[in-house]
Write a protein that binds this ligand. Structure first.
Ligand code: MN
Length: 242
């Protein structure tokens, strides 16, 4: 009985000692960690998809959204983090797009890929579509004559983009609305000579085949027609008013 008591006492002392040692290493770890927070490159993260994978059916199918978000978008985020860490670059996406002409192509492709897809998800919603409202509707009518004319021009721009890229409704610095398209993962915020129309994106349409091939195969026009049914005009107006 006595030896058992001794044994328990011994164990408790060892435990106390262990706790003490852990407390020291914990403090040390926190110190190290706070140094990392000060000097570490901020990490870009994949935000949660604002709806379920199947929420945009029947217009955009579940499998396409799942692969597009989980594989394509996630890869842009991972590769962006790798690319900025390699050159110790630690600025925001906004600054990064401004300085893009001096940065490696891996940053251009993956920063564009991350930002463009983030907008793309937010600019769609289940039971979306219909017509824009408020100030955005007024501006579309002023700049394109009518909503129908705007839709035609936007769809045409999407069909004109050869190969992979994006179609944009942009608010320029002169407060005009313009339609443009860009190659690969470029966007209208990038400070590059080949981006003809620059400004803030209001609408973003991904016309890479990975965005529609499983459901529509080569028929980009069908994908564009479907996409109008899921456009989130509330978010578009927020971007316009911002
Ligand atoms: Mn895509």
């Amino acid at each position: 009985m006595n030896s058992r008591k001794e044994f328990i006492k011994k164990i408790s002392l060892i435990s106390a000692g262990t706790v003490f040692t852990n407390a020291i290493s914990k403090a040390h770890f926190l110190l190290e960690n706070s140094k990392n927070i000060l000097f570490k490159i901020p990490e870009f993260t994949l935000e949660p998809l604002p709806y379920a994978y199947n929420a945009l059916e029947p217009y955009i199918d579940k499998q396409t959204i799942e692969i597009h978000y989980q594989k394509h978008h996630k890869a842009y985020v991972n590769n962006l983090n790798k690319a900025v860490t390699e050159i110790n670059y630690n600025k925001s996406l906004y600054n990064l797009f401004n300085e893009i002409d001096n940065l490696p192509i891996a940053i251009r492709n993956n920063a564009g890929g991350h930002y463009n897809h983030t907008l793309y998800w937010k600019l769609m919603k289940p039971n979306g579509g219909g017509v824009p409202k408020g100030k955005l509707a007024e501006a579309i009518n002023t700049n394109f004559n009518s909503f129908d004319d705007f839709k035609k021009q936007f769809a045409q721009s999407a069909l004109n983009r050869f190969g992979s890229g994006w179609v944009w409704l942009v608010k320029t610095t002169e407060n005009k609305l313009k339609i443009t398209n860009t190659a690969n993962q470029d966007n209208p915020l990038m400070n590059l000579a080949e981006i003809g129309i620059k400004g803030n994106p209001i609408l973003a349409l991904d016309v890479w085949e990975h965005a529609y091939y499983l459901k529509h195969q080569n028929r980009r026009a069908d994908y564009i027609n479907s996409w109008w049914n899921v456009v989130n005009w509330q978010t578009a107006e927020e971007l316009y008013l911002f």
